[in-house]
Design a protein around this ligand. Structure first.
Ligand code: ZN
Length: 216
């Protein structure tokens, strides 16, 4: 989990709102600076441009810490003519980013994809939006999307599709477990949650209790 700095009540407030369902794109930006954060960008750039609010919903600092700037219901000033339907994430740097920043971007971006019901193909670099002419986001977005897609794969076990086969010893265990009523023997490699394990163990523990009583 990345470290979050929640500055949502310290930023210049947005006067307009939107519905979450209006968000159809996630934009990646870079700051085109080697350093800085929301407050530096606001004081040195945005305020002077006469902006009423900041440019991004999230800003990923050089150490990978995420400044959470605006709730998604507030459009921010990331890309002219595209702000109503875009969630903006900025990575601080000028075409070069740290590994910590990339891990943070992956985590935050996948979370946004899930929260807004989008897909990896809805993640675009600033200069991939129509009508833009900029070097932002300073990274090859095809490689970014490739990474996101690899991370976004559902686990095979979860999807119920597995090529894995039981070896002879494992099969013996499975057969015995079926015989003793611990399992139906299906999906041997499926991940199970703690509750399932407790439930199975309780049955055995209760039988053991009964046995102990009888022995006494
Ligand atoms: Zn940008």
């Amino acid at each position: 989990m990345v470290k979050i700095l929640d500055i949502r009540n310290k930023v210049a407030p947005s006067k307009t709102t939107r519905k979450i369902s209006q968000i159809t794109k996630i934009a990646r930006h870079h700051s085109a600076t080697t350093n800085g954060d929301y407050f530096a960008f606001w004081n040195n750039r945005w305020k002077g441009l006469g902006w009423g609010k900041g440019g991004y919903h999230e800003i990923i600092l050089t150490d990978g810490t995420v400044q959470l700037c605006y709730d998604p219901i507030y459009p921010t000033n990331g890309i002219g003519n595209h702000n109503t339907n875009t969630y903006h994430i900025c990575v601080v740097g000028n075409g070069a980013f740290t590994a910590a920043q990339e891990r943070a971007f992956e985590e935050r971006c996948l979370l946004a994809i899930h929260n807004f019901g989008l897909s990896v193909d809805d993640v675009l670099g600033h200069n991939e939006f129509s009508g833009t002419a900029t070097s932002c986001p300073g990274i090859n977005m095809d490689s970014v999307r490739k990474r996101l897609k690899e991370l976004n794969q559902p686990k095979k076990e979860v999807a119920g599709v597995t090529e894995q086969k039981l070896n002879a010893d494992q099969e013996k265990v499975r057969q015995e477990a079926i015989k003793l009523g611990i399992t139906d023997g299906k999906n041997p490699f499926r991940e199970v949650n703690q509750y399932y394990v407790w439930n199975a163990l309780l049955t055995i523990a209760r039988e053991l209790e009964e046995l102990k009583k009888k022995v006494k």
